[in-house]
Write a protein that binds this ligand. Sequence first.
Ligand code: GLN
Length: 304
Amino acid sequence: MPEQALLEQVVDKVRPLLGQGKVADYIPALANVNPKKLGIAVTTIDGTTIGAGDYLEPFSIQSISKVFSLTLALTLYEEHEIWSRVGKEPSGQSFNSLVQVELERGVPRNPFINAGALIIADLIQSRLGAPKHRMLEIVRELSGNPSILYDKVVAASEYEHSARNAAIAYLMKSFGNFNNDVDTVLHSYFHYCAMRMNCADLSKAMLYLANRGKSLSGRQLISPVQTRQMNALLATSGLYDGAGEFAYRVGMPGKSGVGGGIIAVIPGDMSVCVWSPELDLNGNSLAGTAALEEFCQRLGRSIF
Ligand code: GLN
């Protein structure tokens, strides 16, 4: 099991990489973040959380929310109702690509690219009267932190610059694979992305992925089989076009967001969250990936 000193060593080792990536700048609210931040937190299945660096500072979780949305959808639907609308394959395109959606007639490759997450948000919208409220309730319960909030400035900024996600949603609608009003679903999707959490919150919230579907609060959120399936999808698609490189270097199922966060799990053992805002060319945290690589190597662990 990792110890505090190991996390400090990881942060020290990786810190020189700060300055080599580029903070997401597609919305002003994200471009303003301090690029030099770096944090790591680990929660083990005995319920202990430790952290180092800026692990208590909240950031915009962005696409890490796609894990929570898929989990929520799995609790609302039969599996065939989900997998008839979105695939399980790596996309081979950037996370906000329209190309694959057009080529494959409105069915996104997986639930972790924007197109797939918009389908999941559409599914959730069809079943819940107040999806934003429910999402916040779940995430607060999973992390044990009742003060988690949506960042209204980030959500509004996403909405103002929503042309690309709107285009993806309308393209899927043109193929008959989108049921609700596009604007309504975009509104929910941007809020999910705009949740503010810190590394400790996220490592706690994701513990169910390491613990056969059982949350830190003791709730069986999804079944052990569904958890294994989720981890398989995260390992193949969680890091977009960088999933192969991430598997090679880190060797854990994981999910990144353009806010610079990455969550990763070692099934049966622990969940980890790293945060550093500067991104590599695939939109994944540059120093965050290096921190996870260092962490796994020092621990001598990999799922492979
Ligand atoms: N809100 C971002 C978007 O929809 C999320 C993308 C990401 O984190 N990769 O473009």
